[in-house]
Ligand binder design. Structure first.
Ligand code: 13P
Length: 247
């Protein structure tokens, strides 16, 4: 279960969040792996607050190059140095808000790998693509490109997050049957690309208006392994509700 704070929270709020979530998970451990993706300026503080806890920290994006004249960007080396274990690659707000295509997302996945960061690879179709019946072809293109960028996936830690663009921040969560159908398709495709054994244990998270209320019916889908949470992750109580609802 992963919290993507996007461009939200200030340092004091982030620190209060970390203390609350850490305290609660130390009192009552969760079965889920729990990750948090803060905005860049908060990463060192958050990593410090969470050191020695079960929570892991990741960057929301990274530049495909390792260093250089790239004003405003952050490298995989900098994320790792700041305490990250993960990096989001290909979030829809990067693909659609910043025009990032599969080729660039692939180079980011490769950059994450070079720096020992586990990529959380985000994929998803737009509303128009779903209406055109193009959902599976769009996802297949995104997945094939991402997997080819991973290099040798043997022994590598990574995960996929299926986030239908029309469900992100809209309150319009995918129906459990729709989400499961799509995750089932993804598991089968990943089985073809990575081998059935690896695909069976590869985490495929759902993202898009996930809440403590709707996550139990979504997690009941056999191919839905967890959640990448935006809005509802900002409140520690709501986020903990999703962790508990996923266990
Ligand atoms: P919301 O949970 O706010 O819909 O955001 C989902 C998301 O984009 C997580 O990465």
């Amino acid at each position: 279960v992963a919290a993507n704070w996007k461009m939200n929270l200030l340092r004091a709020e982030a620190s209060a969040w970390c203390r609350a979530v850490r305290r609660e998970l130390e009192a009552v451990p969760a079965r889920s792996t729990v990750l948090v993706f803060p905005s860049f300026p908060m990463i060192p503080d958050v990593a410090g607050e969470l050191r020695g806890s079960v929570l892991e920290v990741g960057g929301q994006d990274l530049h495909p190059e390792d260093k250089g004249a790239f004003t405003g960007d952050v490298s995989g080396a900098q994320l790792a140095d700041a305490g990250c274990a993960w990096a989001l690659c290909g979030h829809s707000e990067r693909r659609h808000g910043h025009g990032e295509g599969d080729e660039l997302v692939g180079r980011k996945i490769a950059a994450a790998a070079r720096h020992g960061l586990a990529p959380m690879i985000c994929i998803g179709e737009t509303r128009a693509e779903r209406h055109e019946g193009a959902t599976f072809s769009v996802l297949e293109r995104q997945v094939r490109s991402a997997v080819s960028s991973l290099g040798d996936p043997e022994g590598r830690r990574f995960a996929f997050a299926y986030e239908p663009v029309w469900a992100i921040g809209t309150g319009e969560t995918a129906a459990p049957e729709t989400a499961q159908e799509t995750h089932g398709f993804l598991r089968e495709l990943l089985g073809e690309l990575l081998g059935a054994e690896r695909a069976a244990v590869l985490p495929i998270l759902y993202g898009g208006s996930a809440t403590a209320e709707n996550c139990p019916s979504l997690i009941a889908g056999p191919d839905i392994d967890g959640f990448l949470v935006g809005g509802a992750s900002l409140d520690p109580g709501k986020f903990l509700g999703i962790i508990r609802g996923s266990d």
